[in-house]
Design a protein around this ligand. Structure first.
Ligand code: FAD
Ligand code: SF4
Length: 460
């Protein structure tokens, strides 16, 4: 009998006033009983509308059907047949805008909690040993992957499973891209990322860390070294600033720099002497996931008041609804319809942020109502730290060192079809092509590129 409850089985969380002082995971995950209860809400629809909403086409009813009867291993194998990072996706994917948006149970209530079930199954799989098949026949072909974010890791995993010798070149000392340096521990524990990377290594993927393509070696040299194709998944890590007075002051960070200091330089761990400001009043400018993450980190590092400054309304915020809610519960102040116009200083250090109130005008090309300034509404918010989280763009290094790989006016690598760049044998995907987007879109691009590379090498 299906469970006809109109609401999702609740997910246990750390209480807000406890978790805003630690970096442990906020959402605690389903127990087996909760997972089975939620799985019973799935009707196993034959037309599978939820699958059409998943950028990598996870066979959702099939993995849930196996879970319902307690076949966790089979359920996990179905999941990982299409998704190489299920424990990551179960935690950070915007399911409300993807699979769950199309779930028929959402018509008269809440959709099936597909993401929470994905997380449950993937976590159980990570606890099992030898889950990744190693019976792969090497096909004798070599492919290079630039960047170890979700796009690069997915492309590498897909190709390794087909027998390619894949080497991933990563600029940083830790693999994972944004999964490691951007998304904080309390949303995505780094041990989970490390285990998913370990699974890829078991498939034969080789990782070369601390190697910047375009500096240590360039793309042409990769071909000279015998790689027959190259996938570029170098992301969009270059921060954008507003170009307002005061952005050069001590105490102003880009969100990427701030989060890197928290995640990779372990600012949350007292055993590390991480160079980061001991802030009391923090303003985070922006309304996306990055802004929420930076604000929630600042709060956990001990700031008394942390404000999000966003020029549109709550409805327009691009962050996941769950992250906005969690941030509010943790005491982050939302200063909506507010735009900064200068950062103020006292003795060379940040002392405040001057803002103006906004109101929503006519919809712009994207359909969102454009914010317009409310005349005479300027005010100053006293702060000692400002974190800019208004977007990022791709780093120009690869395009500038290999001009055959063309980029557009925003630095995004141009792909001509099926992830092929303008240079023969070079494919690209993820944020490097789209600009800042999502984990699952990057993974979908990595998967598509792997299929194209396979075709390219076999036809060469
Ligand atoms: P990245 O993850 O950026 O990885 C690129 C990698 O390439 C990096 O490791 C980089 O060091 C490496 N690299 C760059 N240049 C070179 C080079 N020249 N040589 C070698 N290596 C190089 N998405 C969601 O779906 N849900 C979320 O909740 C979410 N939260 C986010 C929170 C934050 C703080 C940020 C910053 C992003 C978030 N995103 C989220 C977006 C998501 O993380 C990205 O869209 C995704 O990681 C893009 O994957 P990618 O593989 O294209 O690039
Ligand atoms: Fe299950 Fe919802 Fe997908 Fe139907 S649409 S198979 S109920 S998850």
């Amino acid at each position: 009998m299906p469970n006809m409850s109109p609401t999702k089985t609740p997910m246990p969380h750390q209480p807000a006033d406890v978790r805003n002082k630690n970096f442990s995971e906020v959402s605690l995950g389903y127990t087996e009983e909760m997972a089975l209860n939620e799985a019973a809400r799935c009707l196993g629809c034959k037309h599978r509308p939820c699958v059409a909403g998943c950028p990598v086409g996870v066979p959702i009813p099939e993995f849930i059907t196996q879970l319902k009867v307690g076949n966790i291993k089979e359920s996990g194998e179905i999941l990982s047949s299409t998704n190489r990072l299920p424990a990551v996706c179960g935690r950070v994917c915007p399911q409300e805008a993807q699979c769950e948006k199309y779930c028929v149970r959402g018509i008269k209530g809440e959709p099936v909690a597909i993401g929470r079930l994905e997380r449950f199954v993937a976590d159980q799989m990570l606890k099992m040993e030898n889950q990744t098949s190693q019976n792969i026949n090497p096909n004798g072909h070599k492919v290079a992957v630039v960047g170890s974010g979700p796009a690069g890791l997915t492309c590498a995993g897909e190709l390794a499973a087909k027998g390619y010798a894949v080497t991933v070149f990563e600029a940083l000392h830790i693999p994972g891209g944004v999964l490691s340096y951007g998304i904080p521990e309390f949303r995505l524990p780094k041990a989970i990322v490390a285990k998913e990377v370990e699974n890829l290594k078991m498939l034969g993927v080789e990782l070369r860390l601390n190697t910047v393509i375009g500096r240590t070696v360039d793309v042409d040299e990769l071909f000279e070294r015998g790689f027959e194709a190259v996938f570029i998944g170098s992301g969009a890590g270059l921060p954008t600033f507003m170009n307002i007075p005061g952005e050069e002051l001590i105490g102003v960070y880009s969100a990427n720099e701030y989060l890197t200091r928290v995640n990779l330089m372990k600012a949350y761990d007292a055993a590390y002497d991480t160079p980061i400001r001991k802030s009391e009043r923090v303003a985070v400018v922006g309304g996306g996931n990055v802004a929420m993450d930076a604000a929630r980190c600042a709060k956990r590092l001990g700031a008394e008041e942390v404000s999000i400054i966003y020029r549109r309304g709550r409805e327009e915020m691009p962050a996941r609804q769950e992250e906005i809610l969690h941030a509010e519960e943790e005491g982050i102040v939302m200063r909506l319809l507010t735009n900064p116009n200068a950062i103020l200083a006292d003795k060379g250090e940040v002392s405040g942020i001057s803002c103006v109130e906004m109101e929503l005008g006519e919809p712009d090309k994207s359909g969102r109502r454009s914010p317009v300034v409310k005349v005479g509404s300027d005010f100053v918010l006293p702060v000692d730290t400002v974190i800019m989280a208004i977007g990022t763009s791709p780093n120009p290094l690869i395009g500038s060192t290999t001009p055959a790989i063309q980029v557009d006016s925003k630095g995004r690598i141009i792909v001509t079809g099926r992830m092929a760049s303008t240079m023969t044998g070079v494919y690209a995907g993820g944020d490097a092509v789209t600009g800042a987007a999502t984990v699952i879109l990057a993974m979908g691009a990595g998967k598509e590129a792997a299929a194209s590379i396979d075709k390219f090498i076999k036809n060469t």
